[in-house]
Design a protein around this ligand. Structure first.
Ligand SMILES: Nc1ncnc2c1ncn2[C@@H]1O[C@H](COP(=O)(O)OP(=O)(O)OP(=O)(O)O)[C@@H](O)[C@H]1O
Length: 275
């Protein structure tokens, strides 16, 4: 059953069309990847889903909720969390402090309520701490819990960023290039975490990722954007065989024969899937 519906979404900035009439569905429990060359509109689409941008036209719904005009905090309250491409962490605070802070902003009680209903506030805080501990355990961050985030290796910081999003207990997790800048070992770890998030936690995942080998390995469904338009969508096998996708990545019209053109980038072309 589709959980997230993006219907005919267009987003313009002055004369620039970041998105043109894009439609896609994200079924509950799937890993759905959005790929495309640089500037294709991937992050713009994620920004529309998470409420940072509002579509110029079109509609985005998540279950019964209309996200088209919702603010980011409202989108979060519907059960959608996002891990950012550029880390949104407090570098001077420890891992635990970052996660508690993120969780705290999610708690329902206000300062006024917490003064009026002290018992409820402290119970919610205790539950929040227990929840954060489970996330630390799940994301294998125990060894780093008291270290300031800024002192951790980049791959661990990216893991903390995903953990930060998980503290919001989402039904849908948006991951914007979670493996960018990682070495092979760090990527393998992140792939394992993403699969566990889907399979063990039952969380739907929307993934933007440039590593097409990873995308094709772990996605249930892949959508391809190019110049703001959706040019393909389907299973990894369908998408990687689609001539329009190969052309978008290689510049070689329709044939899928990467490497015949100066413009071709064989290492980025979908036909290297699984390599
Ligand atoms: N706030 C903005 N103001 C003006 N133009 C923007 C803005 N955000 C995005 N764009 C433009 O929209 C287009 C799509 O950009 P976007 O960042 O969504 O692409 P992308 O597929 O995520 O690229 P990359 O893979 O390089 O991150 C680009 O032409 C970009 O310059």
């Amino acid at each position: 059953m589709p959980q997230l519906h993006v219907e005919n979404v267009t987003l313009t900035f002055g004369g620039i069309h970041a998105l043109r009439d894009v439609s896609l569905v994200v079924p509950e429990g799937e890993i759905v990847s959005i790929i495309g060359p640089n500037g294709a509109g991937k992050t713009s689409l994620l920004n529309c889903i998470s409420g940072f941008y509002h579509p110029t036209s079109g509609r985005i719904t998540f279950g019964p909720h209309d996200l088209s005009r919702a603010a980011p905090n409202v989108v979060t309250s519907f059960g959608i969390a996002r891990a950012f491409q550029n880390l949104e962490l407090f570098r001077g605070l420890s891992v635990v402090e970052n996660l508690l802070l993120a969780r705290h902003t999610h708690l329902k009680y206000s300062l006024w309520n917490s003064m009026l209903f002290y018992g409820r506030a402290s119970r919610e805080e205790a539950e929040g701490r227990a929840y954060v501990e489970r996330i630390i355990d799940f994301m294998e961050l125990e060894a780093h819990r008291h270290h300031p985030v800024g002192t951790l290796a980049y791959g661990i910081q990216k893991r903390v960023e995903v953990a930060r999003a998980l503290t919001l207990a989402p039904e849908l997790l948006l991951l914007d290039e979670p493996m960018a800048g990682m070495n092979v070992e760090e990527k393998e770890d992140m792939v394992r975490f993403i699969l566990d998030i889907q399979r063990e936690q039952g969380i739907t995942v929307v993934l933007i990722e440039h590593d097409l080998g990873v995308v094709m390995d772990i996605s249930d469904r892949v959508y391809v954007l190019d110049f703001g338009q959706r040019i393909a969508g389907g299973t990894p096998a369908e998408v990687s065989a689609d001539p329009r996708v190969i052309e978008a990545y290689t510049g070689v019209p329709g044939t899928g024969v990467a490497g015949e053109s100066e413009a071709a980038q064989p290492e980025q072309a979908p036909q290297v899937v699984g390599a």
